[in-house]
Write a protein of this length. Structure first.
Length: 180
């Protein structure tokens, strides 16, 4: 399995003009469920926030499938390349909405805090309305260039099924933990 940094194609980490999102992100639903699980396990929003944030990087270090898995290694990040990427993002966002309503997350502040902070690195890195601003700050430039980009492990080619299996198991375990 080839381990390639997710952002190697564009070391500046910028979103090209016209791109809606950089797609080299693990599904937000996986991060949300992980953060919610941390919130449940800790029962404390002050612990769930930093633990959720740190969990993001740990989870991204696992080999995983994402929309950009169908691209060639080293392709530039230019938003969505094809309908499959659009479909995956739409399905992921719908799953995130389902999770939020299924668990009535607004009634559980610790789950909300853990889930939000677990998704935060991708929200900072990949939303073009503010990612350029954040990447100019020392802290977020370091987090993006030296941490996120270096540990992120996307599966490509023949390894896509492995990434899908890891995602399904991870999401399933988190979901099971939250409903038990």
């Amino acid at each position: 399995m080839v381990r390639t940094p997710a952002f190697q194609a564009d070391s500046r980490g910028s979103t090209p003009r016209g791109a809606i999102f950089n797609l080299k992100i693990m599904f937000l639903s996986a991060h949300l469920l992980a953060g919610m699980s941390i919130g449940k396990a800790t029962g404390n929003p002050y612990i769930a926030a930093p633990a959720g944030f740190i969990s993001h990087y740990i989870i991204d270090a696992l080999p995983h499938f994402e929309g950009s898995s169908f691209r060639k290694v080293g392709d530039k990040e230019e938003g969505f390349k094809n309908w499959v990427e659009w479909l995956l993002v739409i399905l992921d966002l719908l799953f995130v909405i389902f999770i939020l309503f299924y668990f009535k997350i607004w009634q559980h502040p610790t789950l909300l805090v853990g889930g939000f902070f677990a998704m935060l690195p991708d929200l900072i890195d990949h939303v073009p309305f503010w990612n350029k601003f954040f990447r100019k700050t020392k802290l977020f430039k370091w987090l993006h260039d030296k941490v996120h980009a270096e540990i992120h492990w996307t599966t490509y080619g023949k390894w896509i099924p492995v990434g899908i299996l890891i995602d399904v198991i991870f999401i399933g375990v988190c979901f099971w933990y939250l409903i038990r």
